[in-house]
Design a protein around this ligand. Structure first.
Ligand code: URA
Length: 296
């Protein structure tokens, strides 16, 4: 190390501390990579008329219908170069990936198969910065399934949902109504950690939504608990805020039409930041306990 770089050490430490406090806590590469430029330059498989690896993977299943919607792709990425004959029904990559996710999810017949398909799915950019797929924890035969938003750093490292600080609070909340991970099943809307714990984009959520919907359908819990606003909004088809939603029974309707009672409640991470609201979550959990009792 040179004398000059040694003199800069405190600055570097400050800079790293700043990054860590901003949630940038993973070093991915030595040098920055302009992914936007890469995406723009790379012809998309659809543009070349080739099947994506995932399309090959659904051999035997019904062929994908070209999506007929035209909503723009992610705000963060340039759109693919136009396909040979641009039309009012042109496919953009994110829509194609969401359609593929729906295809893969809907034809998975077991949780193991679903997990395998998710592990092989390359259509969500979050997969490429995450260390692990965070599929689920707990008992898939449980009467209750809890769904959070997305894994954080600890979950990404362990490949299991809710194992960090908020997970420890969730365990205490479950214990307070006589449950633990042998009597509850836990998953997230998004199975890959967003870098730096940023909020998943609406497109990432749309791409991942078919997987969690199928996971719920396959587990078929008697009661669903939505941990936090993003889970409630995604799975209960509402735009209402969590503070208005929480504490009232809603219904999650599966793709095949089964109605599952759902209790939206406050996310444990929010409760760690706002302990005065723990009493609200406690009320919600007592509702859940009463419902489970009534169901038997
Ligand atoms: N927050 C979530 O929503 N899910 C996790 O798995 C961990 C933290």
């Amino acid at each position: 190390m040179t004398a000059a770089s040694q003199n800069n050490l405190p600055d570097l430490r400050d800079l790293l501390a700043f990054y860590a406090s901003a949630g940038v806590d993973d070093a991915l590469e030595d040098a920055p990579v302009n992914r936007f430029a890469e995406t723009a330059a790379r012809p998309q498989p659809q543009a070349r008329g080739e099947a994506t690896p995932q399309q090959a993977q659904v051999d035997g299943a019904a062929k994908l219908q070209p999506p007929t919607f035209t909503r723009g792709g992610s705000d963060e990425r340039p759109k693919a170069p136009p396909v040979s004959q641009p039309s009012a029904t042109a496919t953009v990559p994110d829509e194609a990936q969401a359609a593929l996710a729906r295809q893969l999810a809907s034809t998975a017949t077991t949780l193991d198969e679903l997990r395998q398909r998710m592990a092989e799915f390359d259509g969500c950019n979050l997969k490429f910065t995450a260390k692990n797929l965070v599929f689920a924890d707990g008992n898939p035969d449980a009467f209750i399934m809890l769904v959070g938003e997305a894994p954080g750093r600890d979950e990404d490292i362990e490949g299991l949902p809710f194992v960090g600080r908020s997970g420890r609070l969730l365990d205490r909340m479950l214990a307070a109504i006589g449950l633990d991970r042998t009597s509850a099943y836990i998953a997230n809307v998004i199975p890959w950690r967003p870098p730096g714990n940023r909020t998943p984009t609406p497109h990432e959520t749309e791409i991942c939504r078919p997987f969690i919907e199928r996971q719920i359908e396959l587990v078929n819990p008697k009661v669903l608990v939505n941990l936090g606003g993003p889970s409630a909004k995604t799975l209960l088809n509402t735009t209402e805020g969590i503070l208005r939603l929480r504490g009232n029974w809603r219904v999650h309707t599966t793709v095949s039409g089964t109605a599952i009672p759902a209790m939206p409640t406050l996310h444990p991470a929010y409760l760690l930041r706002t302990p005065a609201h723990k009493k609200l979550a406690w009320r919600d959990f007592l509702e859940v306990k009463a419902k489970l009792r009534a169901i038997g």
